[in-house]
Design a protein around this ligand. Sequence first.
Ligand code: ADA
Length: 588
Amino acid sequence: MDRLFQNHRIRTRESLEGVWDFDKLRALSFDEISENIDYSYKVAVPGCWEMHPQLLTYRGQGIYRRSIYIHHPSHVRLLFKGVSHTAKVFWDGQQVAEHYNAYTAFDTMITNVQQGYHELCVAVDNSFGQHSALHIPNDYYTYGGIIRPLIMEIIPLQSCSIQSVQFTPVKEDWTKNEQGHWQAKVRIALQSHADHTIKGHIQFGLSPLQQATSWEQEVSEITIEAGQYFEFLHTFTFSDIQSWCPDHPYLYEWQTFWYQHESSSVELVDDWIERVGFRTIQTHEEKLLLNNEPIVLKGFNRHEDHPMVGASFPIALMVQDLDLMIHTGANAVRTSHYPNDERFLDLCDEYGILVWEENHARGLSIENMRHPQFIEQCEQVNREMVYQHYNHPSIIIWAILNECASDLEEGRIHYQRQLEQIRNLDNSRPLSFASHHRENEICFDLADIVSFNLYPGWYGDEDPAELCDLARGWADQAGGKGKPMIMSEFGADGFYGYRSSTRVKGTEERQADIIESNLTAYTQREYISGMFIWQFCDCRVTEEGIWPMIRARTQNNKGIVDAYRRPKLAYEVVTRYFKGSDEALNGE
Ligand code: ADA
């Protein structure tokens, strides 16, 4: 399934995971799809086609097919949590959806579906070219396929369904009380699929996990015209709430039930359950405040990549990654460089790991940013990321455009526009972007947190402490004064198993030394609110572009565990610092 809890109990849902027919295609056109396809492969859904022994490096278009039996006439909603990177969806030969970007979800509603067998085909493209501004040859791999869960929902014909639920925890004044008086701003959207007016009511409930509902409220007498959309906004106040934080990641269920009133009966027709946490996140005088207390983020940049599964993670591997991170004492993860599988975010909510989630863009030059699709594709990812992941208490920072052209006036226009877009969608979280432009950065005034990607000891021989102090100065000069500062990337290559007393670059020893000197500097600086090591695990890079030439083994080798999650020497060093032993804090 697509979530790690029962997010619907009433709505009929089915996972479409399994083995599907598959074939390569020369284009994504419908003619191609309807004619002459042998479907000579079988591949797993969800899965990356690169896991098939004959498709290990296939880049191009592919077509997936399966049949689906529908038991009774109904509307069918298909929810794709991630297709890499472009999808065209065909239901009984008719195109019903198209979507770009591997790392955000999309859905489509097929109305008035008759009882019987139906054919679902999904044409998928992972090629680079004019159609794609964000997926380009890069220092990580763009896999191909239906890489995240795919869910089918059955929606009754004459009904309304809940389309979205947005829950914003609010505490106006932290000085007044510790426990009670949390509020939540709630926004609900309903969509009618009926051909006549529907009347009904909504019931909300709040309950600690696995406990009886402790709070309930009803919104009565809602009337929705045929085919219309309806929005409801309200602020609720609660008492005796336990707040959410890393040491005590206390979650609640926020339940929304939709009841329809027929002539003499009341029927529970739809539901939507979210897991929520009560916490606030703000910036104040160079500090990042979680529930009004300063917090320092210690964690990793993580690519969703593993040699066994590509970018299509089963939960066992997600849990393994989190266990390895938590063992070091980390309290945070940066989803470099795209929104993550929602099950990973569910785990972070549950384990109390703070998340910097960012849109999908890595290292785009101003020429890349002039791509005709750039503005539209970025805005779509931003909208989908915030809308889809809004309710996760673990997400405390939204970020955009890692290492793009924030040193140029032309680039600044995009930073300004995108940060404004996200602020309009969600003003409850601080915003940032990771910059490598040092003293040439010109966009720090636009963000709430200033973040630097610097690699002292690896790409240059600078001293991390001196560089970090310099960076604070650059930020202060460039409109970042008074804002919290995060070292969003630092690290070094370390080839797993390459050990040598020479400690030359590339050895595990040298990687450990470089990470240690960086951590010594950052853990000792009051003005640092976060540090994210580049990176958690080694990852595959594309064979196109410059990458194989500058990345040995066609991998980015800066993981503190290798691609198979075997710890390198640096892993122990990080653990010493993140767990904060005296030795580490004294810089010994
Ligand atoms: C950059 C970039 C990362 C990775 C890293 C490196 O800072 O943000 O994606 O490419 O450098 O390994 O050099």
